[in-house]
Design a protein around this ligand. Structure first.
Ligand code: COA
Length: 306
């Protein structure tokens, strides 16, 4: 089935009086400030940390309505996010920052932006679109489907040999090194993972609390992890040119956790866990041909969340 066949046939015209359509406006400092203000006002999310990381994602293609005073009234952004799915790299986009100011809701503005952004994704030949939402009903009429998210739990693997200790990195001090590791990264899973998305990882280092970044002794991979309240080791992501086994990671960190939980599919970790159904409040949705959907239980790293 072609997802575009699922679009609502009746394309209601939105009430745009007094509004101006703008796209690809993040390079304009006033536009960039306007979208940051919209995201604080609607989601209470401050993306100012991006300014310290070189600014917005250059692959972004936002579509928006502004009012005469330069306020961003409605926005939907897409950005490039190639995905590894079942061993194949898929040309995909992530959608984010979808919002309409309360006083302008119910006029069809968001439906407009969805249709425009879908067309822009099709023009670019994108094979898949992914997004997070607490309102999946907004997207199902446009061919999106929920892709259930799982985590993976199991015993701590046995350690053999003499470990070479990892060293802790600092997101600010070690930014160049992190950028290099992200540029050369091998997807953390061959089942489902981002193949190339750097900025979101760096932004999430600022947004996600209590995480540690540990560089393995050979300098080829950084492990993102934390300990949970019940003494489990939680693995959030690995970025680098090789993916070490879970046993190597535990040994390098010099820890002895009660158990292990991974928030990435474990197929490259040489470890046999149990699959746990996710309980997150947001749905992860994907729009793609049926055959592109992953064949087994998967999840996407919290470091790729957008
Ligand atoms: C969700 C939101 C973007 C909708 O904006 P809007 O401009 O009022 O939406 P539109 O007028 O274009 O479209 C409304 C349509 O979506 C439907 N809709 C609205 N909220 C919905 C929801 N929670 N679930 C399913 N459908 C919904 C409406 O029924 C309407 O359908 P219709 O066109 O068949 O009548 C806006 O309410 C908002 O910014 N909310 C807060 C932020 C948010 O939740 N963003 C989406 C994050 S993924």
């Amino acid at each position: 089935m072609n997802p575009s066949e699922k679009r609502p046939a009746d394309r209601k015209l939105s009430d745009r009086s007094g509004l101006f359509f703008r796209q690809d406006y993040f390079d304009d400092p006033a536009g960039w400030l306007a979208i940051k203000t919209l995201l604080i006002d609607i989601f209470n999310v401050d993306i100012s940390a991006l300014d310290g990381l070189g600014g917005h994602d250059r692959t972004s293609f936002p579509s928006a309505y502004f009012d005469g005073d330069g306020r961003c009234i409605a926005n939907l952004s897409a950005f490039s996010m190639p995905l590894m799915i079942d061993g194949r790299v898929i040309k995909a986009a992530g959608w984010q920052s979808g919002a309409v100011r309360p006083e302008y809701r119910g006029r069809g503005l968001y439906q407009d932006l969805i249709r425009i952004t879908l067309d822009r994704c099709e023009e670019r030949g994108l094979e898949a679109i992914v997004l997070y939402t607490d309102k999946p009903g907004l997207y199902t009429p446009h061919g999106f489907r929920i892709l259930p998210q799982y985590s993976f739990k199991g015993p701590t693997p046995a350690i053999s040999g003499t470990p070479r200790p990892a060293r802790l990195l600092d997101i600010n001090r070690d930014l160049d090194l992190l950028r290099k590791l992200l540029a050369d990264r091998m997807p953390v899973s061959s089942r489902f993972a981002v193949a190339d998305q750097r900025l979101m990882f760096l932004l999430n280092c600022h947004l996600i609390e209590d995480i540690s970044l540990s560089l393995l002794a050979d300098g080829e991979a950084v492990v993102v992890w934390r300990m949970t309240d019940n003494g489990a080791f939680q693995l959030l992501d690995i970025a680098g040119s090789r993916i070490p086994s879970l046993a190597e990671i535990i040994a390098a960190l010099g820890i002895a956790p009660a158990s292990v939980e991974t928030l990435v599919p474990p197929d490259r970790l040489s470890w046999e866990p149990t699959v746990i159904e996710g309980s997150g409040s947001e749905a992860f949705m994907m729009r793609a041909r049926d055959e592109l959907f992953p064949s087994g239980p998967t999840c996407i790293s919290p470091m790729a969340e957008f």
